[in-house]
Ligand binder design. Structure first.
Ligand code: SF4
Ligand code: SF4
Length: 439
C-alpha cells in the first residue's frame, strides 16, 4: 500500500504580508521594521525569563536603549524613518508585554496610525490581557500580531509559568496555566476573526515541551492550524542565568530544524527569526539598533510639549462611578482616555505609590501619571498639589460622576477651566470644581 506523506502548505503570501519581513522571508532583505519600546511591564513570569532583559518570547535578551512614552515614540519613528526609509513595519514587542501596558500601547498605535496610515503595524504579546483589547487593536489598524503559545497542555504550562497576574489576582500552577492558555486561544481566534495576520511563537524548552518526541509542540501546531494561524516560529530557548530554566541545555539547530520539518505541513514555519530586541530597527539581516541607540535615548528624554502629549486623565474612585477618594487615600488610580468611538474609556488601573514615603511619594506619583493631563480627586493637600502641578499633571478636586468630570477635563479649554475654577468651592453640581482643596 502506498504511503502518502503530507506536504507543507503552499507558500502563498497574504497580500498584507508581502512587505512584512517576518511574515514574508522574501522581503526580509528589502523591508525593515522598527520596534518601539513603550511597554516595560509584564503580567506573567516565564521560567526562562530574567526581567533584567527584554521579553524573550519575541526578543533575544538585551536591554533596550530606553523606554519611550507614546509621544516620544512618535518622534523617534519620524527620525528613524528619515534615516531608514526601507522600514515598512512598526511594531511593539516589549521589553515587557504590550497588553500589560495598554495605555501606552494603544496611544502609541493611535499616534502612529494617524501620521503613518500606510505602514504595517505589528505587535507581540503573551496573550493574557489581549482579549479585552481585540476591538481596539482592529480599529486602530493593527495588521499583524504574534501570540506566544508554548503549550496547549496546562500540566506542562504549570512548569513554564511561575505565576500569572490577572487584575489584582495572582495565579500559580495549573490554574495559572489554564487561565493563560484560555486567553491565548481566545486572542488568536479573535485576531483571526478580525482579519489580522497571526504568528504563533513557541519557545522550545528541552524536557518541558519537547517530551515524547516533541508531542506537546506538535499539539500546538495542530491547534494553530485549527485556528487558521498564518505562521509559527519555534524558537530555541536561550538559557538565562538566574532563572529556573537557566541550567537547561539550549536546543541544537539540527533538532529545531527537524522539528520544523516535522510540523511544517500543519503550519508554515518561520526559519529566518533573528530574535530581535525590543528596540530592533532596520532590516532583519542588518539591525541598526546600536547605531540608532543614541536617537532612541535622546527621544526618551523629550519633555511633553503640549496637552496632546498627555492623553489621559487619572481618577481616584472607590467604585468606578464617582470621583470620591482623597488623593492620599487612593491605593490605585483609574486611567481614562478618549474612546475611538467617541466618549471616554477606562484603559487601565495603576497602583499608587505606597503611603509613608514622605515627599518622594508624590514625586513617584507624578512619574506614574506623567502621561496624564489631570488627576481628579475628591481632595488633596498642598504638597502633592504643588508637585503634581509642577510636573504638568493638573490636580483637580471634584465631586460627582466620573464621566461629567472627564467631559470638563477634555472639553475645549478644559484645563484652563479647571485652573480658573480653582478658587470656587462647590456649585458645579456634577462637574469638577478644580479647587484642589476638595469641594
Ligand atoms: Fe518575560 Fe516576556 Fe515572559 Fe513577560 S512574557 S515573563 S517579559 S518572557
Ligand atoms: Fe512583528 Fe515580531 Fe517581526 Fe517585530 S519581530 S516586526 S513584533 S513579527
Amino acid at each position: 500500500m502506498q504511503t502518502i506523506i503530507p506536504s507543507a502548505p503552499l507558500a502563498v503570501v497574504d497580500p498584507k504580508s508581502v512587505k512584512h519581513p517576518c511574515f514574508n522571508k522574501e522581503s526580509s532583505g528589502t523591508c525593515g521594521r522598527v520596534h518601539l519600546p513603550v511597554a516595560p511591564k509584564c503580567n506573567i513570569q516565564c521560567n526562562y525569563c530574567n526581567r533584567k532583559y527584554d521579553c524573550v518570547n519575541e526578543s533575544r535578551p538585551g536591554v533596550t536603549s530606553g523606554i519611550l512614552k507614546p509621544f516620544q515614540a512618535l518622534e523617534y519613528t519620524r527620525q528613524v524613518l528619515d534615516k531608514e526609509p526601507r522600514i515598512t513595519v512598526i511594531g511593539i514587542a516589549g521589553p515587557g508585554d504590550p497588553m500589560a501596558n495598554p495605555a501606552e500601547t494603544l496611544e502609541t498605535m493611535r499616534l502612529i496610525r494617524k501620521e503613518y496610515p500606510h505602514m504595517l503595524f505589528c505587535l507581540s504579546s503573551n496573550g493574557l490581557a489581549m482579549p479585552e483589547y481585540l476591538d481596539d487593536l482592529a480599529s486602530l489598524g493593527v495588521t499583524h500580531a504574534t501570540v506566544t503559545l508554548n503549550t496547549v497542555d496546562p500540566a506542562i504550562g504549570a512548569n513554564i509559568y511561575a505565576w500569572v497576574r490577572d487584575g489584582n489576582v495572582v495565579y500559580r500552577g495549573q490554574a495559572a496555566a489554564e487561565l493563560i492558555l484560555g486567553r491565548q486561544l481566545e486572542s488568536i481566534a479573535g485576531l483571526k476573526s478580525r482579519g489580522l495576520a497571526v504568528k504563533v511563537n513557541t519557545i522550545v524548552i528541552p524536557g518541558v515541551n519537547t517530551i515524547d518526541n516533541n508531542a506537546p509542540i506538535k499539539a500546538v501546531a495542530e491547534k494553530a492550524r485549527e485556528l487558521g494561524v498564518d505562521l509559527m516560529n519555534c524558537m530555541p530557548m536561550h538559557p538565562t542565568a538566574g532563572t529556573p530554566f537557566g541550567e537547561l541545555a539550549e536546543p541544537g539547530k539540527e533538532a529545531v530544524h527537524a522539528l520544523r520539518a516535522e510540523i511544517g505541513h500543519m503550519v508554515p514555519q518561520m526559519t529566518h527569526c533573528r530574535r530581535c530586541r525590543a528596540d530592533a530597527v532596520g532590516l532583519l539581516c542588518n539591525d541598526r539598533s546600536t547605531e540608532l541607540g543614541g536617537v532612541l535615548s535622546a527621544c526618551s528624554k523629550l519633555a511633553p510639549q503640549n496637552q496632546s502629549d498627555r492623553p489621559y486623565v487619572a481618577v481616584a474612585t472607590r467604585e468606578g462611578l464617582l470621583v470620591n477618594l482623597h488623593l492620599g487615600e487612593a491605593k490605585r488610580f483609574q486611567i481614562w482616555g478618549l474612546a475611538e468611538s467617541g466618549g471616554f474609556r477606562m484603559i487601565e488601573e495603576r497602583l499608587a505609590p505606597s503611603a509613608g514615603c514622605g515627599p518622594s511619594r508624590w514625586e513617584d506619583l507624578a512619574r506614574l501619571l506623567s502621561d496624564c493631563r489631570a488627576v481628579l480627586v475628591s481632595a488633596l493637600g498642598e504638597a502633592p498639589r504643588a508637585i503634581l502641578t509642577e510636573r504638568g499633571t493638573l490636580p483637580a478636586a471634584c465631586s460627582g460622576f466620573i464621566e461629567d468630570a472627564l467631559a470638563l477635563a477634555y472639553g475645549e479649554d478644559g484645563l484652563a477651566r479647571l485652573e480658573a475654577l480653582k478658587a470656587r468651592r462647590g456649585g458645579l453640581g456634577k462637574s469638577c470644581c478644580g479647587s484642589g482643596d476638595g469641594c
